[in-house]
Ligand binder design. Structure first.
Ligand SMILES: [Zn+2]
Length: 282
């Protein structure tokens, strides 16, 4: 069963707690989001799934009270195509644990960077990633989780997760949808995916090839980004990068995308606010 959140809009949420939270914790973070009129938070489990039961409770009830949208980002140490069986198993476990913790904290969706090609050909790696997702869903079967499981479009050519691959996996599993990291797509192609037409084409493909529910329950990432021939180098403040966020937001509005857009710029909440204000000025 999927999350029963029915989105009525596109929500602008921060990747982790706003910087202004400083040494504070979730209550302060949510206070800042509310003050800034932002819509929620992606829980960053990127260095491990470190959230205790009390915090899950705080996040879940803050979300409920304020209509905040919650998502989670799984650990960076995931590679479903590792050459070592233990590392594959640990990766499966990390995705399962992310889904369970996120679900308990009231999230509707989780994302992660699924795998590296490790020199393998795309079809072989696809089948391996698919097989490991079958195992993920076996582990999750009796766990009462209620989140979308989303491999992210990745930023480097060495990483599994181009647009075709995440769309294909979404069609192979009922509970899988893509997390579209627009900045990653732009970086991994060394500059493509940066015009109104290119953004529209992504959204059109999601709607046509997966279904309207992919646009009604959207989860994506946006940040400024620096890239080179090998793809992503680092995230940047949006105004310091060539990422064409204005045309992207225009396309998202045009397509009526609903769900969550996570701002991953280094000045987290400020660019998040910039995106939201621009979107609503259209
Ligand atoms: Zn990511």
């Amino acid at each position: 069963m999927q999350s029963n959140i029915k989105f009525d809009k596109l929500n602008f949420i921060t990747a982790g707690m706003p910087l202004r939270t400083g040494k504070g914790s979730y209550p302060e973070a949510f206070g800042i989001l509310k003050e800034m009129n932002l819509d929620g938070m992606e829980l960053e489990f990127v260095h491990g799934i470190r959230i205790n039961d009390a915090s899950k409770e705080i996040v879940a009830s803050a979300a409920k009270e304020n209509n905040f949208v919650i998502t989670a980002h799984g650990p960076f140490y995931i590679n479903l195509n590792s050459k070592e069986r233990e590392k594959i198993n640990a990766s499966v476990q990390r995705i399962v644990d992310t889904a369970i913790a996120a679900s308990q904290a009231g999230a509707f969706s989780i994302t992660y960077h699924a795998a590296f090609y490790m020199g393998g050909d795309k079809e072989t790696v696809y089948n391996q990633v698919k097989f490991q997702h079958e195992r993920i869903f076996e582990f999750l079967e009796d766990k009462k989780t209620n989140v979308w499981i989303r491999p992210e479009t990745t930023g480097k050519a060495t990483q599994w997760g181009d647009l075709d691959e995440v769309i294909r996996l979404s069609n192979d599993f009922e509970k899988v949808l893509p997390c579209i990291d627009f900045s990653h797509l732009h970086a991994r192609t060394n500059g493509e995916f940066n015009t109104y037409d290119e953004f529209s084409r992504i959204l059109e493909r999601l709607g046509k090839e997966i279904g309207q529910y992919a646009l009604d329950n959207f989860h994506g990432h946006l940040a400024g980004i620096e890239y080179g021939e090998k793809g992503e180098k680092q995230h940047l403040i949006i105004e310091k990068s060539d990422m064409n966020y204005k045309d992207l937001l225009r396309a998202m509005k045009e397509f009526g995308v609903k769900g969550a857009l996570v701002c991953e710029s280094p000045n987290i909440e400020d660019d998040c606010k910039l995106f939201k204000d621009y979107y609503y000025s259209l």
